[in-house]
Design a binder for this molecule. Structure first.
Ligand code: NAD
Length: 260
């Protein structure tokens, strides 16, 4: 098992990509704390982790609130005995043309997707560096590498995550802590399901939600959305000893849709 004895914290671990990462980590021998805003979701993922024979801890926390994040990281450290691997995965996607983005929408999108990554990393990385081993994995997106009409706040936040990861990686490079980003294309999760009416609205030409999703799939060279397990597999690799020389990188997994 590649993560035997490691202790991990996964934000946004209640469903989708975060849940897949948390369960893959537990399957590789890690104890895992999961954070999300919705208590019942993280409780059920923690129970699934326990079902795999590992310690599972569920924590309710809004990653867009600095104080809550600091408290949740302290709680995770105390219940797991420390955090070796952090996956800053929680995120939200909002759709609006630039002239229609309210201050509230801009602020929430940046706060959750970018400041949330900063707050949780700041809270956890010092102890990792002190122990001389650690992994930070931030969930950016292909939206962190290319522009996207009608989603500028989300794309700005995801570009920001990559700049943050590259910079922090340099700061801690000599300490045994690696810092990387994963940049998925479309992944089959609630984020896409919940966003389908907005995706259809901005796709225009009177397409239905189903037709819009079909059009998006057809625009991808491999003709499909990703499964969360494919993102989890990359996360396991980055968290493992095998990836000890990999830092400051932003890995695209997009079924060929973005080549950067
Ligand atoms: P999802 O909506 O299925 O799950 C998001 C998780 O984050 C949930 O557990 C939710 O409770 C949690 N969350 C959201 N806001 C939070 C907050 N303020 N505080 C704490 N928890 C919060 O989404 P997903 O598709 O699994 O996305 C996970 C990450 O991957 C996000 O950062 C997203 O931007 C990124 N991503 C997703 C896709 C995709 O196509 N689904 C593509 C690229 C990147």
């Amino acid at each position: 098992m590649r993560l035997e004895g490691r202790r991990a914290l996964v934000t946004g671990g209640g469903r989708g990509i975060g849940r897949a990462v948390a369960l893959a980590f537990a399957g590789e021998g890690a104890d895992v704390a999961v954070i999300a805003r919705t208590g019942p979701e993280v409780d059920s993922v923690a129970a699934e982790i326990e079902g795999l024979g590992r310690k599972g801890v569920s924590l309710k926390c809004d990653v867009g609130a600095a104080g809550e994040v600091a408290d949740a990281v302290r709680e995770a450290e105390s219940r797991l005995g420390g955090i070796d691997v952090l996956v800053a995965n929680a995120g939200i996607m909002k759709h609006a043309s630039v002239g229609d983005i309210s201050d509230e929408m801009w602020d929430e999108t940046i706060r959750v997707n970018l400041s949330g990554v900063f707050w949780v990393t700041r809270a956890a990385i010092g102890a990792m560096a002190g122990r001389g081993w650690g992994r930070v994995i931030a969930m950016s997106s292909v939206s962190g590498k290319v522009g996207g009409a009608h989603r500028s706040a989300y794309h700005a936040a995801k570009h920001g995550v990559i700049g943050f990861v590259r910079s922090v990686a340099l700061e801690v490079a000599a300490s045994g802590v690696t810092v990387n980003a994963i940049c998925p294309g479309f992944v089959d999760t609630r984020m896409i399901e919940d966003g389908r009416s907005e995706l259809a609205r901005f796709a225009g030409e009177g397409r239905s939600e189903e037709e819009t999703l079909d059009m998006l799939r057809e625009s991808i060279p491999m003709g499909r959305f990703l499964d969360p397990a494919e993102i989890a597999a990359m996360s396991v690799y980055l968290a493992s000893d095998d990836a000890r020389g990999v830092t400051g990188q932003a890995f695209t997994i997009s079924c060929g849709s973005v080549q950067a």
